[in-house]
Design a protein around this ligand. Structure first.
Ligand SMILES: Cc1cc2nc3c(=O)[nH]c(=O)nc-3n(C[C@H](O)[C@H](O)[C@H](O)COP(=O)(O)OP(=O)(O)OC[C@H]3O[C@@H](n4cnc5c(N)ncnc54)[C@H](O)[C@@H]3O)c2cc1C
Ligand code: SF4
Length: 338
């Protein structure tokens, strides 16, 4: 038996008040990750604060022409919302690449951001893991590390962030809106997740007493030229070995704006402004795509079982950009790219 208290928050102020009063409490939304972690003995919250009834289930247009997505919008509702499907198909595609239909019905937007790594050792409470038990060591560095990171790793942790949705949100330059005892604040998506450094137990820059209320995406959705490409061991119900979110704006064959984010390779969605700058002003060509891939992967370093990810990521970037440029996401290119 796991002994914990349960409380349901009826409004945002109550949710923040309850979490601030108990530093060992946790919010629960869809429960698709947290309950597993509790069953595995990884998380031990003294109290679960149920936020699933909070009025954060809306998707609305913002004054700036973007979208505000409530933290409790289920992944399925997000992917199939007409405004998301039409204006942000890269985001819809990334969400639908994750988990299963049943899980997507339960999983929330906020919970997806805060889901924890799928490192096998993190879930195995009998093994050393700095993320689960700080200071105990990292079993993956010398153990089985096929799924692990090739970028932004540290001597303390080489885990990856498992989300698909977050890779597209990173590429779209989203913003995370949070509320805590000190009030509301916004966090740029690139600053939300952290690299492991010497504190791998902290996945994000969210404070433990803060509630995610919404995610906003700006107007630019790359609807015409985008792709979300997920490479995995099975075609469904598997986490990414490597994934790529690519968005391009084109004037004729010239790239006027580019976004490129990788999943499955680091502790956070991986972007590099230099890789995107290398695409801007260039003609959409294999040479330009290869250069962007080289820049994005320039610091990549593999471990015993995952060095293959470097070449896999390079090829995935080329394919994703080729599909995005041709306007044929997730399918064979119908237009020829030089
Ligand atoms: C078998 C399986 C396969 C999966 N495959 C994929 C996949 O391929 N791709 C993918 O992206 N995901 C995948 N997932 C993960 C799934 O998307 C996440 O479990 C889900 O998004 C978490 O959302 P939730 O609402 O259930 O979160 P919960 O489990 O309720 O919470 C997760 C964490 O978020 C915190 N939290 C939740 N909401 C808030 C909030 N508003 N503010 C602050 N903290 C909050 C909780 O305290 C908890 O720490 C898979 C999950 C399973 C079980
Ligand atoms: S990679 Fe990170 S999560 Fe996995 S065992 Fe090492 S410290 Fe733990």
């Amino acid at each position: 038996m796991i002994d914990f208290h349960y409380a349901r928050a009826n409004d945002i102020a109550a949710a923040v008040h309850l979490i601030a009063a108990d530093p060992t409490a946790k919010f629960i939304a869809g429960g698709t990750n947290l309950i597993d972690l509790m069953k595995q003995g990884v998380e031990h919250p003294s109290r679960l604060i149920d936020i699933s009834r909070l009025p954060l289930t809306g998707i609305e247009e913002t004054a700036e022409g973007g979208l505000r997505i409530g933290a409790l919008v289920p992944n399925a509702d997000l992917a199939y919302h007409p405004l998301v499907a039409q204006r942000y198909p890269m985001l819809a595609s990334a969400v639908l690449a994750g988990a299963s239909a049943q899980l997507r019905n339960m999983a929330s937007t906020g919970g997806n951001l805060l889901q924890r790594t799928r490192c096998y050792y993190f879930y195995d409470a009998a093994t050393p893991c700095n993320k689960r038990a700080p200071g105990s060591g990292c079993s993956a560095i010398t153990g089985l590390n096929r799924m692990h990171a090739i970028l932004g790793t540290s001597d303390a942790c080489i885990a990856t962030h498992p989300s698909d949705m977050c890779v597209a949100l990173a590429a779209l330059d989203a913003t995370v809106h949070v509320v805590g005892p000190a009030g509301a604040r916004m966090i740029a998506f690139s600053d939300f997740h952290r690299l492991p450094g010497s504190t791998p137990e902290r996945d994000t820059n969210l404070q433990s007493n803060e509630l995610v209320t919404a995610v906003t995406v700006p107007a630019q959705g790359f609807a015409a030229n985008h792709t979300y490409l997920k490479i995995r061991d099975r075609l469904s119900y598997a986490f990414a070995l490597v994934s790529v979110a690519a968005g391009l704006e084109l004037e004729g064959a010239t790239i006027t704006e580019a976004r490129l984010a990788l999943g499955g390779v680091a502790h956070k969605p991986w972007r590099d402004p230099a890789a995107e700058a290398a695409l801007r002003g260039r003609s959409a060509s294999q040479a330009a795509f290869a250069r962007a891939a080289d820049i994005l992967l320039r610091d990549a370093e593999g471990f015993e079982h995952n060095t293959f990810k470097i070449e896999l990521a390079r090829r995935a970037i080329l394919r994703a950009l080729t599909q995005a440029a041709a306007g044929t996401p997730q399918s064979q290119s119908s237009k020829k790219i030089a």
